[in-house]
Ligand binder design. Sequence first.
Ligand code: ADP
Length: 471
Amino acid sequence: MEIIHISAECYPAAKVGGLADVVGSLPKYQTLMGHQSTVIMPFYHGKFSRENEFSNIFSGVARLGHANFAFNVLKFQKNQLGYELYLFDIPGLFDRENVYSYKDDTERFITFQIAVLNWLKERKETPDVVHCHDQQTGFIPFLMSKVREYQRFEHVPTVFTIHNGQYQGQFGFEKLYYLPPFHSYYNGLIEWHNLINPLASAIKCAWKVTTVSPSYLDEISHSMNGMEDLLRTERGKSLGILNGIDADVWNPETDPMLEKNFNTKTFEEGKKANKEMLCTQFGLDPNKPLFTFIGRLVGEKGADILPGIIYDVLHYKPGEQNILILGSGEKHIEHALLHLEDQFKGNYCSYIGYNEKLSHLIYAGADFLLMPSRVEPCGLNQMYALRYGTIPVVRRTGGLRDTVTDIGDHGFGVCHDQCTISDVTHAIHRAKHICREKRTFKRIRKQIMEIDHSWNRAALEYIELYQSLKL
Ligand code: ADP
């Protein structure tokens, strides 16, 4: 089966969050299962494009309203990824360092989607399925089925995965002319609440809609910024498939980013060495339980309550634990986190920024990983933490609910219900209790490292889904 994934992110070419990890690993597992899996994404002018070689395999033009954008399709040469990677170089729109957050993101991603279809229609082969990820690729199912220019793809099944429903990409009808011409009869298929909305369009037009965990599908059917009704209407064609992790990249036994590698037999010494390395780097005491957080510093992740948690835990229980934060995002959260460093020197530190290597070291060296998320479509961090023997302390929501069971329910994590300072500090106190019971602590760390969250299961679920769409 030929499967084409279209996405704004793909690790290692460009990563902002979990979308990149998923699109960078699911296709590899699909290839291993005997399918031909391909990823298409924009060519950003970041580190990856500077440090690698590409061959130009196609040049074309994408029309956005009255403007024409020349584009090149670049094939990644040194391909050890386990799938084909094609990058769309569109000068004027994507020759920039970052993935998102530009004023013209609407123009950038519509042009990208048009360019992709312009190239696909020139190829001899017709894919068996086109799998689109998040709103930046949300118009593809509509364009493939309702625009005459792309009529060739009318019968090609489309799957759309919602990795994060918070971002919908909506804009006003004054920009309708950006899209290639189609019959006005179909206007309803791109509209939601009087705006053009690529996320809504994908939910309406894709043959199947998936979310990255079953619980997230239930949650967004009740609360998703006004789109709940649509999700309920389309529920019949929707299903939640829990993400997997790339068990080769995220393997404590071979991970080159660690100070010391370890497995289920050697985890005690291994985790200790990584913890010591971290504590030396950040001026913390390696003999105290280490609580950590990794992620985008935004309300969705509950990052706004981190400063309050740090203050309460370290002020009222000084010297009992250390806290280390890695993240970047909203400035007021970054400032608040940095501000606390002087006050709790020796017990708390934060690294503001994005650092892949440090994240690996934290998963390996930490005792606990905090995830107080308000919304968590799947969450990969807790699965990486589990694989590296770090106990997750999570709010019961979305994918966290599907992957972490509380120790009180014969599980292995610490769960709480609310995204509040008091719920999280209480969870931290429960976690410290586990840490004190050395035998339980050791047993749980071994147990969580043995859980298989690799893509084997989920990749198969996606293949079964594609096969169910065969005409
Ligand atoms: P989301 O996609 O909502 O941000 P996920 O849990 O799905 O959240 O994925 C987050 C991914 O991004 C993980 O691989 C995590 O390790 C990584 N990550 C987030 N922030 C940082 C950071 N500041 N430095 C390094 N890695 C980070």
